[in-house]
Structure formats: structure tokens, C-alpha cells
Design a protein around this ligand. Structure first.
Ligand code: ADP
Ligand code: MG
Length: 705
């Protein structure tokens, strides 16, 4: 058999038209080292020369338009806080306004008045005129004219400023692709999908698919090629994840927590303040059977906000302690760690359990003592933040790690905890952000999953309404009524780094106006935000927790985990600026007691369709899983919090929101193949295994072992 990737593995500098300089830039800018890498650089759309329209034909039914015209004029307008670049395109039938709000300097530099451009974008209608904001601009230069001679659908590629400076703009890239594809042959592309699959889904062969994805002879051929690659990508990710999972289960390492002893029994029989829900009981059973199996547990515990994950974590930790092991629990923020510390200490009161708290603000002698007690094993349990990851934190015998709100931690940070004992401790990852099924299958596909799909009894669904700023006085009136009943209120402001100063002012202004509307001594208002000293923050939190203040004005620092059952109203300011899952998290701070609770989404009057859709979903449902699915649909999975920066979305072409059916197909096929041949050792799977190895992206997945 010929080697799999001989030609495809050639350095890209071997290609005609790519000298050492261009090769270096391709590497640095796009990570393109080889012929294969270059071919994998798929166009993100196509330009169809037959689809140009005239400016006077633009109407509001069109989602995207492509116009060709001359750039007549461009100007930077507005003041310091609100600057924009406006340009006008003319084509003899009319004038089209183009607007940019971001990256003005660069856009301004790259556009030249008097030149002809192909403009692509979504037209918006404003005061009787159409305009396009942030359009894609392609200069009609010689390379473009050359490309257009090829007719049909022109690929449009992502490139960078530096690449453009060596004429590797989209057209330059297209030219390279043409050169490369022209010198390749069918035999260079060993087929990496089983024939059965190709037939079943009518996929084109591999080489054909590469030709068609770059230069589709027609729309259908292009789409078929894309589908093949979507499937291929998902299929290999599933093969990898499923194999990983099998491997992990074959490794016989893992502490056995055979005993149920003093800690568990006393807590369960005497301390547990409520009857567990049947979902909690089921999950505890699942965990217990992991802990007895003699293999490292890697379990993801999903449960909507307020579903009662904390007590499940505590019970699991008690099992560790009954067997002579220590446990730790890691939370994403200091506030949350403190809260867990308080909660767990009060839940486990009089059990004789020694619990410590380790965060960045535990310093000096306290820290030293704590570290010492951990090392000698006198501390059974430590709650903390990232501080737990430090090398100085040494356990005597760590048996279990609980990670709360997992999406905030990167894979590597977690992996560090695995090394804190001679054998990896058991891992329980808890997330309150419900993960859409598709994401769970891919990103967390190698973890076992438990779901708490039931809220504790007696919870009333939270009533959610959307109000404009003009209704503020009435909202204040409503807050007063609730406070009169003895309830407490959160008012949350957005604080987003980019515009931090402005947001901060907004928060302080809000605090002032609330303080005026709710004056002392009748009312007391707390404020908590990230710029406060941890001690001050903690002091304010405590006052609110003890019921000494009626209103808590805060930024999203309170987003996760804070649990104050007496708080029954959540007012979210500028709600249009929050993502869906964040809104759901915030709303989850109320509705924890038996009282009817309310969430009031405040927004300006002018809202984008997407923002409106988000707020509408919030008023329609309390179901975290539905919200997560809608979120995925609205934003695409790359934007789901935390997944991007932790590198959990490794897909080049597949999009989970759109390609669910391909994912399911890929999962089915991968399961079937591995079911009959777990090691991919059969001759007919030779190329599968080869390809899996050659693209071996294991470390890019949420690998936990
Ligand atoms: P989350 O899953 O969001 O972390 P928590 O563990 O903070 O939820 O639990 C939310 C609230 O519900 C807490 O006040 C907790 O004491 C309470 N709770 C948990 N389980 C039950 C139960 N089975 N019955 C009644 N209340 C419960
Ligand atoms: Mg929680």
C-alpha cells in the first residue's frame, strides 16, 4: 500500500508560487505548513458572478446582497465615544451607504476612494435608505479580474493583512489552490471514509470533494463536498472520543471507596435538612458505583440552576473521607468559593469535618497553616479557587476533586489537579449551564454524564417579564411591595471589559439612583462589584445574606452559585447586552425559596432582532435545556461561554447548531465501526486508523485521564 500522505505532507514551499517568504507567512498567519494544510483552508463562502445586483434593486427581503460599484467617498464621523466610518458606493443606479463601527483605522486605510469594489453584506433599512454595516469589501484589481475569468463560483478565503501584503488575498489564495489541485491526482488521496458510508450518504470521493469545495462547478456539488467534510470531521472526532473513553475504562487505576462510614451515615441520617429528590438519589447511585469500580471516575454532573448539585457534591466528598481520603472543591470565583465554604460548613456542622478555604486572599500565616494542615491530612476538605492548582498545594491523600461551574476552567488547569496524588483522584465536574446535547456529545463526549433533571419540590416557576427603561418607576414600586413582604432584591448591571469605564459609571449611577429611591433608614442598599477589595465585598455579601440590606446592586460577579433563598426579585439592567445562558444563570439566583419569584429584564427601546429573540425566550421558558438549545441556535457553539478560549471547539467546517443530523450520523457510524473493531485493526479500517493517527488531535479534546 502506498504511504498515506506522501504528497499531501509536502511543505507548502514546494508549491509553485510559494517562496520561502510566503511559506513562512502562511505558517505563521494561518498555520499552513503542508499541501494538506493548504487544501484544508476551505473558502468560507463563494462569490457568484451571476448574483450581482444593482443598488436600486436592493430591498428588505434580501438577506445578503452583492453589489459592484465605485467607492465615491468615505469619512470618519461622530465624536470620541461614538465614532464610525461611512462610505458611499455608486453604480449608476443609486448610492449605497456603507458603515463601520469597529476597526475604523484599519478599514479607512484599506479602502481607496475612486476604486471599484465588490461589496457583500446584509442590507439594513434606516430612514428611507439602505445601508450595509461591516460589509465584506473586495477590490476589483487585476488578480480579481483574472479569477473571474474562471467563471462560476469564486471561492472567498480568510486571509490576513500580512498575507495580503504578499498578494495572498482571497484571490491569491484561490490561485494557489488551483495550482495545487491541478498537480494532484486521485491516488494522492487515500479514501478515509468507508465505502459503505460514502454510498449511504452519497458523498463524493475525497479528491473530488477537495476540488469541489474550493471550486464548485455548481451549487449542489459544492454543498455535497461540504457535507462530506462536515461528516468527516465529526466522524473522526467521534472515533477519537469514543476510543478515548474505551481506553480510559480499560485502565485499572482508581481508588475504591468501599466504606460508608461515620461521615456519610451521620450526615445522611441526622443532618440532611431535606428529603433528596429522586433525581439526586439516582445521581448519587451513579457516582457511588463509579467509586466502587476501581477505575478513575470522570463524571460530568449537569443540573439546572437550583437543582441541588451542592449536596450531591458534599455526599460524594463524605464518601471519600469515610475511606481516609481528602477531597477538594474548586470554584471559578472567590465569592463562589466563599459561599461553598459557608454552605458546606453549615451543612456539615457537628460532623467533625475539618474544612479549609484557600483563595488568593488567604495569605501569610493563615495560608501557611492551611497548607501545612493539608499536607499532614488534618484537613479533610478544602474549598478554593485557582489557588488550589499551585504547586505549593500538596495533599496527604487526595481522593476526589469536585469542580463547580466547569465551563470556566480550561482543560489544562483541570489536568493539573489530576497529578496531585500518585494515582489520579476521582473527578466530579458540575455544571449549571445546561449543555446542549450536541455539545455534550462532542466536547464532553469522553466523560460519563449524570443529569439532575428535577427541581426540589415546592419551587414555583419564576415569572419573567421584559420592561423598557420608561417603566422604571413602576419597577421601583414593585420592588417596594416585595421588600414590604420581607423579600430581598438583586439589581444586576452588565460589566464588560471592553467598555469597562462606561459600564462602571453606569453601575455607580444606578446605585445612586436606587439609593435615592430607597432611602435610609427605611431601606438599605448593598453594592458588590469586581473592583472592590475582597474584604469589602465579603462584608457587603454578608450583610445581604443576613438580611440587613434589602437590595443588592451588583455586577455579574454574582452570576454563579450565590444562594439566598429570601431573595425573590432579580432585576437585570441592559438585559439586551447579556447572552442567554448568562441571563438564565442570573435568573437562577432567585426562586430558591418557596415564595413566588420574579425576574425583570430591563432594556432600551431599540433592540436588534436577536436581542429581542433572546429576551422573548427568557419570558417564555424557565427550562435551562431549552434555553441552551436556543442559545446554540442563535449564537453558534463557538460562542457558548468558555468553549472558545479553552479550545473545545476544534471544528473547521462542522457547525454543531446546523449540523446536528450529521453529528448524530457520525456518532452512529463511529459506534458501529468501533463496536465491531474497537482498535481499528481490521484491514478495511487501515486508513481510518492511519488517518486518525496522522491528524491525531487528541490533546485538543477534553481529555481527562
Ligand atoms: P445548584 O444546583 O444550582 O448548585 P444548590 O445546590 O445551590 O443548587 O441548591 C439550591 C437550593 O436548593 C439550596 O438552597 C439547597 O439547600 C436546596 N436544595 C437542594 N436539594 C434540595 C432538596 N432535595 N429539597 C429541598 N431543597 C433542596
Ligand atoms: Mg451551585
Amino acid at each position: 500500500m502506498p504511504p498515506l500522505t506522501n504528497v499531501l505532507a509536502s511543505p507548502v514551499s514546494y508549491l509553485k508560487g510559494v517562496g520561502p517568504h510566503r511559506a513562512e507567512l502562511l505558517q505563521k498567519e494561518l498555520g499552513i505548513f503542508t499541501f494538506f494544510d493548504l487544501l484544508q483552508h476551505f473558502p468560507f463562502r463563494y462569490m457568484d458572478r451571476t448574483q450581482f445586483i444593482k443598488i436600486n434593486q436592493i430591498n428588505s427581503d434580501q438577506n445578503y446582497v452583492q453589489v459592484i460599484g465605485k467607492l465615491a467617498e468615505k469619512n470618519v464621523e461622530g465624536d470620541k465615544n461614538n465614532r464610525r466610518l461611512k462610505a458611499y458606493l455608486i453604480d449608476g443606479t443609486g448610492e449605497l451607504e456603507l458603515v463601520w463601527f469597529r476597526g475604523l483605522r484599519w478599514v479607512d486605510k484599506s479602502l481607496e476612494e475612486g476604486k471599484t469594489y465588490i461589496v457583500y453584506g446584509k442590507p439594513g433599512y434606516f430612514r428611507g435608505d439602505y445601508s450595509i454595516s461591516h460589509p465584506e469589501m473586495t477590490l476589483m484589481d487585476d488578480s480579481m479580474k483574472e479569477e473571474m475569468k474562471h467563471g462560476g463560483m469564486q471561492p472567498v478565503y480568510n486571509t490576513t493583512e500580512k498575507l495580503k501584503s504578499v498578494f495572498l488575498n482571497s484571490n491569491g489564495m484561490a490561485k494557489l489552490m488551483r495550482t495545487l489541485l491541478a498537480q494532484m491526482h486521485d491516488r494522492d488521496f487515500a479514501e478515509n471514509l468507508p465505502e459503505k458510508i460514502l454510498k449511504r450518504y452519497h458523498f463524493p470521493l475525497r479528491f473530488e470533494a477537495y476540488r469541489h469545495i474550493h471550486f464548485p462547478p455548481n451549487q449542489k456539488a459544492g454543498e455535497d463536498a461540504r457535507n462530506r467534510f462536515r461528516f468527516e470531521e465529526l466522524f473522526y472526532s467521534q472515533l477519537r472520543i469514543l476510543q478515548l473513553r474505551t481506553k480510559r475504562k480499560q485502565v485499572p487505576h482508581g481508588f475504591v471507596f468501599a466504606q460508608l462510614g461515620h461521615f456519610f451515615n451521620t450526615f445522611y441520617k441526622e443532618k440532611l435538612p431535606f428529603e433528596l429528590t429522586s433525581a439526586q438519589k439516582r445521581v448519587i447511585k451513579e457516582i457511588r458505583s463509579d467509586l466502587l469500580a476501581g477505575k478513575q471516575m470522570n463524571r460530568l454532573l449537569q443540573g439546572d440552576v437550583g437543582s441541588g448539585k451542592t449536596v450531591v457534591a458534599l455526599i460524594t466528598m463524605l464518601m471519600a473521607m469515610d475511606n481516609g481520603y481528602q477531597a477538594c472543591m474548586m470554584a471559578p470565583t472567590e465569592i463562589l468559593a466563599q459561599q461553598h465554604f459557608r454552605n458546606l460548613r453549615s451543612l456539615a456542622k457537628d460532623l467533625g469535618l475539618h474544612i479549609g478555604l484557600l483563595t488568593a486572599s488567604v495569605k501569610g500565616k493563615d495560608r501557611k497553616t492551611l497548607l501545612h494542615l493539608l499536607e499532614t491530612g488534618e484537613l479533610h476538605l478544602v474549598i478554593g479557587t485557582h489557588a488550589l492548582l499551585e504547586d505549593k498545594v500538596v495533599f496527604r491523600n487526595l481522593g476526589l476533586v469536585v469542580i463547580d461551574e466547569q465551563h470556566r476552567f480550561g482543560v489544562e488547569q483541570r489536568a493539573k489537579l489530576w497529578t496531585k496524588n500518585h494515582e489520579p483522584p476521582h473527578i466530579l465536574v458540575m455544571t449549571a449551564t445546561p449543555i446542549p446535547r450536541t455539545l455534550a456529545m462532542t466536547v464532553y463526549g469522553d466523560l460519563d454524564t449524570s443529569v439532575i433533571d428535577e427541581l426540589p419540590p415546592g419551587r414555583k416557576p419564576i415569572t419573567t417579564v421584559h420592561r423598557n427603561d420608561s417603566a422604571r418607576l413602576r419597577v421601583f414600586g414593585f420592588m417596594k411591595e416585595e421588600i414590604k413582604k420581607g423579600r430581598q432584591v438583586y439589581v444586576v448591571y452588565p460589566l464588560i471589559e471592553e467598555s469597562e469605564k462606561q459600564d462602571y459609571k453606569f453601575l455607580m449611577d444606578g446605585y445612586e439612583s436606587i439609593s435615592r429611591a430607597f432611602p435610609l433608614p427605611e431601606y438599605a442598599v448593598s453594592i458588590v462589584h469586581g473592583k472592590m477589595k475582597p474584604e469589602d465585598r465579603e462584608f457587603e455579601m454578608q450583610r445581604f445574606i443576613r438580611g440587613e440590606t434589602n437590595i443588592m446592586v451588583a455586577t455579574t460577579v454574582i452570576e454563579v452559585g450565590v444562594d439566598i433563598p429570601n431573595a425573590s426579585v432579580m432585576v437585570i439592567e441592559s438585559a439586551e447586552r447579556f447572552g442567554l445562558s448568562q441571563l438564565h444563570q442570573l435568573r437562577g439566583r432567585v426562586g430558591r425559596g418557596a415564595e413566588q419569584s420574579y425576574c425583570i429584564l430591563m432594556s432600551g427601546e431599540k433592540l436588534s432582532n436577536e436581542a429581542l429573540a433572546r429576551l422573548r425566550i427568557m419570558t417564555q421558558t424557565n427550562d435551562g435545556f431549552r434555553i441552551a438549545e436556543e442559545d446554540l441556535q442563535l449564537r453558534g457553539p463557538g460562542d457558548i461561554e468558555g468553549t472558545q478560549q479553552s479550545g473545545l471547539m476544534p471544528f473547521r467546517i462542522a457547525e454543531l447548531a446546523r449540523d446536528q443530523h450529521w453529528l448524530e450520523a457520525a456518532r452512529r457510524e463511529a459506534e458501529e465501526i468501533l463496536g465491531g473493531d474497537p482498535g481499528l485493526q481490521r484491514p478495511e479500517h487501515f486508513y481510518l486508523q492511519k488517518f486518525l493517527e496522522s491528524t491525531g488531535g487528541e490533546k485538543r479534546y477534553s481529555r481527562i485521564s
